[in-house]
Design a protein around this ligand. Structure first.
Ligand SMILES: [Zn+2]
Length: 168
């Protein structure tokens, strides 16, 4: 799913952990739960609008992504202090796969196309998430190319925002 959904999940996990657990267990449980929340949220993302490639010529795609980008930035600005730990760990899988690993792999590919750059593909954590989506959760309908798939993401964002508002 999108940065905003993962970040809000990280925020609510940290709020609840700090509310109900003592130091340093609250820190550890926040990191573990926020990290693994990414697996659950990305599995649910099967039922949301999420085209793998960018479609800048498609107005719907463009507007949706501008809204997501601005609201994600707003959520991070508002919650980064003091909820950076939850936000960081909720997005760690994307940071590792799409920022760190992809950059290393593409640089390797660019420098030497003959090298074994494709070997790095096995270190993508999203491979595990893809497996969860295809095997144990194969019954979830795939709405990645359906525009109305944004509905589940919006519902989830509203639900998480209400939870944060209640517990903060
Ligand atoms: Zn992800």
């Amino acid at each position: 799913m999108e940065l905003i959904t993962h970040s809000l999940t990280g925020v609510i996990i940290q709020i609840l952990c700090y509310k109900f657990l003592i130091f340093p267990i609250n820190l550890i449980v926040t990191m573990v739960f926020a990290f693994f929340s990414h697996f659950i949220i990305d599995t649910l993302a099967k039922m949301t609008y999420h085209i793998p490639e960018s479609r800048k010529e498609d107005k719907f795609w463009l507007i949706w992504h501008i809204i997501i980008l601005i609201s994600s930035a707003a959520v991070i600005v508002v919650f980064i202090v003091p909820f950076w730990l939850g936000i960081l760990f909720a997005n760690l899988v994307d940071i590792w796969d799409w920022v760190i690993l992809r950059t290393i792999r593409n640089r390797k590919k660019r420098k030497n196309p003959e090298s074994n750059w494709a070997n790095l593909n096995k270190y993508f954590i999203h491979n595990i998430i893809d497996w969860i989506r295809e095997k144990p959760c194969s019954w979830l309908s795939n709405l990645n190319y359906r525009k109305y798939g944004i509905i589940l993401e919006i519902i989830l964002i509203i639900f998480l925002s209400i939870l944060i508002w209640i517990f903060l």
